[in-house]
Design a protein around this ligand. Structure first.
Ligand SMILES: Cc1ncc(C[n+]2csc(CCOP(=O)(O)OP(=O)(O)O)c2C)c(N)n1
Ligand SMILES: [Mg+2]
Length: 1103
């Protein structure tokens, strides 16, 4: 307020030539700067409306006037003109002109003045009364407060236990304390949870009437000042000057974020019938522009404090806030037609009927039933109906255990007999080890009977690990959008279901949400539905989260959050409609928090009374929602009791028939549960025939040259000089027909792109490459966002190339790429770790999806993990990608050597769960990447990748090793002098990866080239028994060692040792050459590192 007041005062001193508002517009701050400090002290008593809460209002008026004098009422215009013309305090105000008749719904300011109260009338020409302004401001602030914090007083909990803080049953805040006009006595604060009170009591209720006096007024509270400040600065951060470089572009829709500040206001009971003009930020009036205060409060109560609580005022867009207000504020927005009500009831009946049926037939089986949140099924169907109406054709869902079978049965309409066979303990007809029934995925195409449109529904298979499937679903959704050309997410969307405890507790939720608006990761809005039963296993919310709601994580992405009481089905459906429309309109995430309860224990054999006795006493007394709603509709005359029974009986009969059909089944089929069928990919393919991986030299040259050239419009596109040098060096390599690591990778990608294979490389800083070796995206040095990616412009009809720096997340991003990779088999999807060390942050995705996904869910993935790995003296981290862990999870039997056959390689690959490799040459990289696509099936590839080798002069390959007719070599034999006279060779060292170059140098330095042969395993797992066998037999007189740079309990040793034993059949031994065992992957001391390396090399040379 100071600013407005001070500016007003300052302006009165300004000369006549500068008296118009227009000059202020240009640089209002400059005016403020010229103010004489003494003026701050001048009295404003003569302008009483410049005091207190009205000051902010006046400031707003003043700012508006500065921008456009016509935008404010004529009386304000006159006042500001007078003030700027130097009028003395007290005389600047002139009454408003009132010449034109008032438009319909327009309320004259004079009519707002109470008839009694002794206040002078505006029309009388006396100065405007301070109370009128204060009252209006108070009403505006009340409206705003309901919008911002009404959710805290909403009745969204069907148990009425208010976030499960139950020192004693029945100690919930009485509703009279929850509703503004009635509560004022806070004596029961200690019985209420911090969630329910700390937030809203002190803020929303700032205007509450004291029940003792009946006065509606401001209740001074210790937090008053800070609350006022909060309001004042609620969006101040948008304009705060935080960026020292001043390049941040804070994209807020509200350019003038200053809010009304309120300090004090006071209503009498008589005020309740006074009519107040409604601000443009509310839609409670529908067509009415003004309402009596009593009606305003009633409507606000209905909109914000009934069975729906809405959190949306943190959203940084006025347009979006208004959009929500428009859909939530008008009276009767949740009203449904009778047909709609019957549909909800029918769906609810099926949802409850399904759980009842399972409970009856398999009473002691775990199924994680939905009882208490049966409304989830109608809710999901409503979201799907509305989304399909709005153009969505394919929905990908991820969900936890709770209610999953019900979702499969009643949302996806998976054949019931297939579901019931899962309870029968039958053996599987096809390969794989399977999964428990409440983890399986499904895919279904069917007609949506409500919209009469075809729809594809997929529920992704998921592990027990809660929320782990979230990024996978997003990746799959993104991929489907990409391949359908659905660039705005109009056809394909994702729905993620969550439990309350998991949604609040699992970090991957945040990591996934944070992808939601990134250009290469967005799915253009996800609808999140929380089946919030107010408990996680045996822990209630006060011990499982620090946030007020389980959904608070969604606030970071500006997602609106709708909390809704599950016992009010129509409110739930309304919220679902709004959420689906929100997603279709803004393409941003939205959360539906269905506040419900869990009628049984965590699973059906758990006893909840052990740990939540009071909550469960309450639950026992709570009627099931089906009963509540059926009674309501019967009472309303929408349905009859007979109809309700008929719907129930019919569904029971359907279940019974399916049950009998399931009894006829003798086997289950895992394929029935596939979430991502690849139609046409396997058909007609020889499952053991691999396409060639070598390519014609012309292709290598073309890609090499393009990749080594600056952008075609080089004259205008200024690239960094250092990059010009790199490109030049690349071009020289191409001319010499050689490649380094980066060039080989580019040629693998480029040749696949040429063949129509989409390549997507994602991870932290992948565009440049952590080690500055890749440089797939060149940046114009003078123009922001002007980039050039040569691999995207190799051939006119090539497949698209996507290379994208990701957010700094491993769990989220790797999960995303796994989801991406299962969508289209004709794509090479790669995730690169910044350093291999960081892959363990994504361990759950590696363990639960990548290594075991096919075995559990018959779902294949050809994802590639590029993991910088190598002991180069960089300390405990930045050294090891934990090769041993991947090898330990390889499922091939160390005691079994597959029989030799011409298709040995592909057979092994077919049978393994993943491929683990530590290649030593660029040519190997080229072939192994291309082999991912050449295979007639898909397998994950775990690739250790180099750091210093990226620039090692010897780590180069010739075009000859990549040209037509060449293939990936699982084993690289010795080709030097030792191989010429193998009988004389005294030692054969087997190794893998970068240590080869250390061994090579040491052998050369010591002149042992004839004595020691070095054989490299370019692929470690599956173990290349066949090729190693012939290598071993070449050197009959040599001792065998395995040389590795990792510590003995790490690296490959534990994996290769038993397999060598199987291969050698105890006729020969292989010994270990490498670092001793250790707890830490690498030493932090450079000296110790060098010493360890020296020991390793010394030992290597001992003959
Ligand atoms: C990552 C992870 N940690 C722990 C568990 C064990 N667990 C299974 S269900 C559950 C409680 C989940 O509570 P909530 O998310 O509220 O879902 P609800 O069971 O209540 O539907 C827990 C802790 C798990 N499955 N995953
Ligand atoms: Mg829960």
């Amino acid at each position: 307020m100071h600013r407005a007041r001070v500016v007003l005062q300052a302006s009165s001193k300004i000369g006549n030539s500068e008296r118009f508002a227009s000059w202020l517009i240009k640089n209002p701050q400059a005016v403020a700067m010229t103010i004489n400090a003494n003026r701050l002290k001048s009295s404003t008593a003569a302008e009483p409306f410049l005091n207190g809460s009205s000051s902010a209002y006046v400031e707003t008026m003043y700012n508006n006037w500065l921008t456009d004098p016509n935008s404010v009422h004529a009386s304000w215009d006159a006042f500001f003109r007078n003030a700027t013309n130097g009028a003395q305090p007290g005389v600047a105000y002139t009454p408003p002109p009132n010449l034109a008749p008032y438009a319909k719904n327009e309320v004259p300011l004079t009519s707002l003045i109470p008839a009694s109260g002794g206040m002078p009338s505006i029309a009388s020409g006396s100065p405007i009364n301070e109370k009128i302004i204060d009252d209006h401001l108070a009403v505006q602030a009340i409206i705003r407060s309901y919008q911002a914090r009404g959710h805290l007083a909403a009745d969204v909990d069907p148990l009425g236990i208010t976030t499960a803080n139950l020192p004693q049953l029945g100690m919930r805040a009485p509703s009279s304390e929850l509703i503004m006009r009635k509560y004022f006595n806070f004596g029961t604060q200690h019985t209420l949870s911090r969630h329910s009170l700390l937030g809203w009591k002190q803020s929303l209720l700032t205007w509450m009437p004291t029940s003792a006096t009946g006065t509606v007024g401001y209740e001074p509270s210790p937090t008053k000042r800070s609350l006022d400040n909060t309001c004042d600065s609620i969006r101040g951060h948008h304009i705060a000057k935080l960026d020292p470089l001043e390049i941040a572009n804070f994209n807020t829709a509200e350019k003038n974020p200053r809010e009304v500040i309120y300090n004090s206001y006071r209503f009498d009971e008589a005020d309740m019938d006074r009519v107040f003009k409604l601000p443009s930020t509310t839609f409670i009036g529908e067509k009415e522009k003004a309402l009596p205060l009593r009606e305003i409060l009633n409507r606000l109560e209905q909109a914000y404090c009934n069975n729906i609580g809405i959190e949306f005022m943190f959203i940084n867009s006025l347009e979006q806030c208004n959009w929500i207000r428009q859909r939530m504020e008008p009276p009767n927005v949740t009203k449904m037609s009778n047909d709609q009500k019957r549909l909800i009831l029918a769906r609810l009946s099926r949802s409850a009927g399904f759980e009842n049926f399972l409970a009856k037939k398999w009473s002691s089986e775990k199924r994680f039933g939905l009882e208490g949140c049966e409304i989830l099924i109608p809710a999901m169907k409503q979201v799907i109906d509305t989304s399909t109406k709005l153009g969505v054709e394919s929905i990908i869902m991820g969900m936890p255990h709770r209610g999953r079978l019900n979702v499969l049965a009643n949302v996806c309409r998976k054949p019931l007999h297939q579901l019931f066979t899962q309870f029968a303990g039958l053996e599987a007809e096809d390969d794989g080890s399977g999964d428990v029934k409440y983890h399986l995925g499904t895919y279904i195409e069917r007609l949506n009977r409500v919209t009469n449109k075809n729809i594809r529904l997929a529920v992704c298979a998921n592990p027990s690990h809660l929320e782990a499937v979230d990024p996978v679903v997003q990746g799959k959704t993104r991929a489907e959008q990409f391949y359908r050309g659905d660039n705005e997410g109009k056809k394909v969307m994702s729905i993620l279901l969550h439990g309350d405890a998991a949604f609040a507790g699992q970090g991957v939720v945040f990591e996934t949400m944070h992808l939601s608006d990134l250009p290469a990761y967005t799915t253009h809005g996800t609808i999140h539905i929380v089946a919030n039963n107010q408990i996680g296993f045996t822990t209630d919310p006060r011990h499982s989260r620090s946030s007020a709601y389980c959904t608070d994580v969604a606030r970071v992405v500006n997602a609106p959050i709708f909390h809704v009481n599950s016992d009010n089905p129509e409110a739930v459906m309304h919220v679902c409609n709004v959420a689906a429309e929100w997603r279709a309109t803004f393409h941003k995430d939205v959360v539906i928090d269905i506040v419900s309860y869990r009628r049984n224990g965590h699973n059906e054999v758990d006893e909840p009374m052990f740990t939540q006795p009071l909550m469960y006493q309450k639950i026992r007394k709570t009627k099931p929602v089906l009963e509540i709603y059926a009674d309501r509709l019967i009472k309303e005359g929408v349905v009859t009791a007979e109809e309700v029974k008929d719907v129930k009986d019919k569904y029971e009969k359907i279940c019974e028939d399916a049950y009998n059909q399931a009894k006829q089944e003798t086997h289950i089929k895992y394929k029935d549960w596939l979430d991502s069928p690849w139609s046409g990919f396997f058909e007609g393919k020889d499952p053991l025939k691999m396409s060639p991986t070598g390519v014609v030299e012309e292709t290598l040259v073309h890609i090499g040259k393009r990749f080594s050239s600056p952008p075609p419009n080089a004259a205008e596109f200024e690239i960094h000089k250092g990059l010009l040098r790199i490109l030049k060096a690349r071009m020289e390599m191409v001319e010499k027909r050689t490649v380094d690591w980066a060039l080989a990778e580019a040629m693998a990608f480029g040749s696949l792109l040429k063949e129509g294979i989409h390549v997507r490389l994602s991870g932290e800083d992948v565009e440049r490459g952590t080690f500055s070796h890749r440089h797939h995206v060149l940046h114009h040095q003078k123009v922001d966002k002007a980039t050039y990616c040569a691999l995207a412009h190799l051939y006119p009809d090539q497949a698209p190339y996507t290379v994208c720096n990701s957010s700094l997340s491993e769990y989220g991003v790797l999960g995303f790429e796994v989801g991406y990779s299962v969508t289209n088999p004709n794509a090479l999807v790669l995730w690169e770790a910044q350093f291999g060390d960081f892959n363990n942050v994504a361990q759950c995705i590696i363990d639960q999806f990548i290594s075991s996904g096919q075995a559990k869910w018959v779902r294949q993935s050809g994802i590639v993990l590029l993991q910088p790995h190598g002991m180069e003296g960089m300390g405990p981290e930045h050294s090891s990608a934990r090769l041993e862990r991947f090898l330990q999870m390889s499922a091939d039997d160390p005691d079994y050597m597959p029989p030799e056959s011409p298709d040995y390689e592909v057979r092994q690959l077919h049978d393994c769960n993943w491929i683990v490799a530590n290649c030593s040459t660029p040519a190997s990289l080229f072939h192994i990447l291309r082999r991912q696509i050449a295979l007639p099936f898909r397998k994950p590839l775990i690739l250790m990748t180099p750091k210093s080798l990226l620039r090692h002069p010897e780590c180069k390959s010739s075009f000859d090793e990549m040209a037509e007719g060449t293939t990936f070599k699982r084993v690289l034999p010795e080709e030097g002098p030792a191989s010429e006279n193998p009988d004389k060779v005294r030692k054969v060292a087997f190794c893998s990866g970068r240590v080869y170059y250390d061994l090579l140098k040491e052998r050369r330095d010591r002149g042992l080239e004839k004595d020691i042969a070095i054989v490299r395993l370019e692929q470690i797992s599956p173990f290349p028994y066949d090729q190693l066998k012939s290598e071993i037999s070449k050197y009959p007189n040599a001792q065998l060692v395995w040389s590795q740079e990792e510590h003995k309990n790490m690296g490959s040793w534990s994996y290769v040792e038993p397999r060598f034993r199987t291969l050698l059949r105890n006729q020969k031994q292989i010994s270990y050459n490498g670092r001793a065992t250790a707890a830490s992957p690498a030493t932090g001391s450079k000296a110790a590192h060098n010493k360890e390396l020296k020991n390793l090399l010394d030992e290597f040379c001992v003959l």
